[in-house]
Design a protein around this ligand. Structure first.
Ligand code: BF8
Ligand code: SF4
Length: 654
C-alpha cells in the first residue's frame, strides 16, 4: 500500500489525491505530513490568555522530581489544571457560539417569514410549529398560523439575550435530568449569556478552579444542545419540512462532467433551500444549455449537504476532508460556502482549476473569493445570480478533468418524529417497539456516532470501523454530520445493510420495520434530534427515568472542531458516556482529565472517554451499555435471546 493509500479508506478520495499530486495542487493531506501538531497545545497546556505568556505547563514527565512537578504554573500562578480547563472551556464557548449564531440567523429568517417579509420562504410544517408553540406557552386557539409563528419567532429570538430563568427547551428533558442540572446550578439561562460568561470566566485572573470551569462549560454546552442547536433544528424543520425517509446518493461520483456543477458547502440551509428550488427554473436550465451543458447539477458538501439531502434527496459530493478534492475533479464550476468548516485553502485549490469560490455570509469571507451576499429579502435573486456565475464559468473548464466513478445509494431522513412513526405506525406513533426490543435484548443498546473528519487519522476509517463493530453487536447507531456521510459512502445507510452487517437481533428488528441499522439524523445541529430521541425513549418507560439510565453511548472518533467539543460536552452533561478519538485536549492535566473521565459520573451521571482505537472504543461503549442493562435488570433477557438464536427465528416466523 502506498503512503497515499493510507490517507483514506475511500477510493474516490485516493483517486483525487493522486490527481492533485499529478496536477501539482497541494491539499490538507500534504500539509498534515509537512506540519505536525504542537504537542504542548494539543494537550491543553499552553495559555496565551495574556501578554505575559504564552505560558507552557506541559504534563510532567516521569523523570521529573516531585518538586518540579509541583512547581509548574504560568507567570500568574495559573496551574496546569486551570490552564487545561480554561482551554477546554473556551472550545465549548466557541462551539456553542457557532451553533447558536447559526440558530440566530435561522430565527431571524423564520420571524421575517412569519411576518411575510421574505419571498421564497414559507412555513412548511405547521404541526411542528404548533408543537413548539405549546412548549413555549404560545397561545394557539383560533389564531392564524402567521400569528402563532410571529410569537414563536419573537420568543425564540429573545432566548439568545435572555438574562434570567431557563432556556425553555430544557423542560423537554426528563424531569430527573432537569433536577440534576438545577441541583448543580448549571441550567442555562440565556444562550448568549452562557457564552459571554464562559469567555469572562476564562479571561486572565478570573475563574481559577478547574471544577468550576468544567461545570460552567457544561452550562454553556447545554445552552447549545437544548438551546441554540435545538432552535436551529426546530425552526429549519418548520421552514423547510421535517425530514422523512428519502433516497439519495453520495460521493464525488455525483459530480457530472456534462453538467454545470454547483456545490453548496457549509451549514445554513437558508440559501441552499432556495437554490434547490430555483435550480429547476426554466431560465436557469436554458442558460446552462446555452453554454453547452446538459443542465445544472446541484450537490452538497458537509452539513449543508446533509440539510438538503435530508429534505430533498439532493446528492452529496462528500464530507469535510473531500471539500478540496471536489474542486480537484476539475468539474466544479462554483463552490458556494456560507459558514463553518470551510477551509481557506479552497481559494488556493480553486486556482489550480477553474472553480469559482463564492462566499455568501457577511460573517465568513475568504480572501480571493467572490462575495455574493445572501439577503433573505431577495433570496431567489441571489440564488439565481450564484447559479448563473457557475453556468458562466462552465466554459472556463480546463482539460485536467477526472471524476471518480464512486457513488453509493443511501436512505436518509430519520428525524426523531419519523423514527416515532416508523416504529409505531401513523396512528400510534411511539418509541414502544424500540424500548421493547431493547428490553428483550434484540437491540443491545443505542449509540450516537457523530462528528468530523480529521486529517491526523485515516479519513473515514475510525468512525466506520467503530460503527460496523457496534451494529455487529446489535447496537443501533444514530449518526449525523460527516460521520453520517462516512456511513453513506460505505453503504451502511440502506435497509439491506442490516442483513449484511448487523447482528442477528438488530437485523431482525431492522427487517421488520424496514430501516437501516444506522440512521442518518441530519447535520451537526441535528444532534439535538438525538437528545429528543433519547428523551422519548426514557419517557416511553421501562428503561429508567433519565437519559443516563439508558443502555446508550456516544462517540466522535474523528472529531476536529470546537463545535464537536461543545456537542460532546452537552451529551456528557445530559448523562451520556461519550468517547472521542484522535487526540484529547486536556491531557496536560491528569486531574482535569480524571474529572471529565471519572468524577463527572458522580454528579452529571455522564462522562467523557478517550480512545483512538475504534475497536477498543467499541468495547468501551458496549461495556457501558451492558453495565446499564445490568442496572436495569435486563441483562438476563439478552443472554437468553442470544443463547437461543434458532428458537428466536422460529418465533419470528410464527
Ligand atoms: O458541523 S461534522 S467537519 S461539517 S463540525 Fe464540520 Fe465536523 Fe463535518 Fe458540519 Ni460538524
Ligand atoms: Fe501565563 Fe497566566 Fe497570562 Fe496565561 S494568564 S499567559 S498562565 S500569565
Amino acid at each position: 500500500m502506498s503512503e497515499l493509500e493510507k490517507k483514506s479508506i475511500d477510493p474516490a478520495t485516493i483517486q483525487m489525491l493522486k490527481k492533485a499530486q499529478a496536477d501539482g495542487c497541494e491539499t490538507i493531506f500534504d500539509r498534515a505530513d509537512a506540519m505536525k501538531p504542537c504537542p504542548i497545545g494539543a494537550e491543553g497546556s499552553c495559555c496565551k490568555h495574556c501578554a505575559m505568556g504564552p505560558c507552557r505547563v506541559p504534563a510532567p514527565k516521569k523523570k521529573d522530581s516531585a518538586a518540579e512537578k509541583g512547581k509548574r504554573t504560568g507567570l500568574c500562578g495559573a496551574t496546569a489544571e486551570t490552564i487545561a480547563a480554561r482551554n477546554f472551556a473556551r472550545m465549548v464557548a466557541a462551539g456553542t457560539a457557532a451553533h447558536s449564531d447559526h440558530a440566530r440567523g435561522v430565527t431571524e429568517v423564520f420571524l421575517a417569514t412569519a411576518k411575510g417579509e421574505v419571498p421564497g420562504f414559507s412555513i412548511k410544517d405547521e404541526q411542528k410549529l404548533y408543537q413548539i408553540a405549546m412548549d413555549l406557552g404560545v397561545e394557539i386557539g383560533d389564531r392564524s398560523v402567521q400569528e402563532v409563528a410571529v410569537d414563536v419567532g419573537q420568543k425564540l429570538l429573545a432566548e439568545f439575550g435572555r438574562q434570567k430563568g431557563e432556556v425553555p427547551f430544557v423542560k423537554r428533558a426528563p424531569l430527573k435530568r432537569q433536577e440534576i442540572w438545577r441541583n448543580l446550578g448549571i441550567t442555562p439561562r440565556g444562550i448568549d449569556r452562557e457564552v459571554v460568561e464562559l469567555m469572562h470566566r476564562t479571561h486572565m485572573g478570573v475563574d481559577q478552579d478547574y471544577n468550576s470551569l468544567l461545570l460552567s462549560a457544561a452550562r454553556c454546552a447545554l445552552a447549545d444542545g437544548w438551546g441554540g442547536s435545538m432552535i436551529s433544528t426546530e425552526l429549519q424543520d418548520v421552514l423547510f419540512g421535517t425530514p422523512v425517509p428519502v433516497f439519495g446518493q453520495i460521493n464525488l461520483g455525483v459530480l457530472k462532467k456534462d453538467e454545470v456543477n454547483v456545490v453548496v458547502h457549509g451549514h445554513e440551509p437558508l440559501l441552499p433551500e432556495i437554490m434547490a428550488d430555483v435550480v429547476n427554473d426554466p431560465e436557469i436550465q436554458a442558460a446552462a444549455k446555452a453554454v453547452g451543458a446538459k443542465g445544472v447539477n446541484l450537490a452538497g458538501m458537509c452539513c449543508s449537504a446533509n440539510e438538503i439531502l435530508m429534505r430533498h434527496g439532493i446528492p452529496v459530493a462528500g464530507n469535510f476532508l473531500q471539500q478540496e478534492l471536489a474542486v480537484v475533479t476539475g468539474v466544479v464550476d462554483a463552490m458556494v460556502v456560507d459558514i463553518q468548516c470551510e477551509m481557506q485553502s479552497l481559494a488556493q485549490v480553486a486556482k489550480c482549476y477553474h472553480t469559482k469560490l463564492i462566499t455568501t455570509s457577511p460573517k465568513a469571507k475568504i480572501e480571493g473569493a467572490l462575495h455574493i451576499e445572501f439577503d433573505e429579502h431577495r433570496a431567489p435573486q441571489v440564488a439565481k445570480r450564484i447559479l448563473l456565475e457557475g453556468i458562466e464559468n462552465f466554459k472556463n473548464r480546463k482539460t485536467n478533468i477526472e471524476v471518480p466513478p464512486d457513488v453509493t445509494d443511501q436512505v436518509v431522513g430519520f428525524s426523531h418524529e419519523t423514527i416515532n412513526y416508523l416504529l409505531g405506525g401513523v396512528f400510534r406513533a411511539s418509541y414502544r417497539p424500540l424500548n421493547d426490543n431493547i428490553i428483550n435484548g434484540r437491540i443491545r443498546g443505542i449509540a450516537g456516532v457523530v462528528g468530523c473528519n480529521n486529517a491526523r487519522v485515516t479519513h473515514d476509517d475510525p468512525n466506520l470501523t467503530l460503527i460496523k463493530e457496534l451494529i455487529k453487536n446489535d447496537v443501533i447507531v444514530l449518526t449525523t454530520g460527516c460521520s453520517a456521510m462516512t456511513c453513506g459512502k460505505a453503504g451502511l445507510l440502506t435497509p439491506e445493510a442490516a442483513l449484511k452487517y448487523a447482528g442477528g437481533g438488530l437485523a431482525s428488528v431492522c427487517e421488520a420495520v424496514g430501516i437501516p441499522p444506522v440512521l442518518h439524523m441530519g447535520a451537526c445541529v441535528d444532534n439535538s434530534r438525538i437528545l429528543m430521541a433519547a428523551t422519548a425513549v426514557v419517557k416511553d418507560g421501562g428503561l429508567g427515568d433519565d437519559i443516563s439510565d439508558l443502555p446508550a453511548a456516544g462517540a466522535a472518533l474523528e472529531w476536529m472542531s470546537e463545535k464537536a467539543i461543545a456537542i460532546g460536552h452537552y451529551f456528557v452533561a445530559s448523562g451520556v458516556f461519550t468517547v472521542f478519538g484522535t487526540t484529547w485536549p486536556t491531557m496536560g492535566s491528569e486531574v482535569v482529565t480524571h474529572a471529565l473521565f471519572e468524577e463527572f459520573e458522580n454528579t452529571l451521571k455522564g462522562k467523557w472517554g478517550f480512545e483512538p482505537d475504534p475497536l477498543k472504543a467499541a468495547q468501551l461503549m458496549i461495556a457501558h451499555i451492558d453495565k446499564k442493562r445490568k442496572a436495569l435488570g435486563i441483562d438476563k433477557a439478552r443472554e437468553r435471546v442470544l443463547f437461543d438464536m434458532a428458537k428466536r427465528r422460529e418465533l419470528d416466523a410464527a
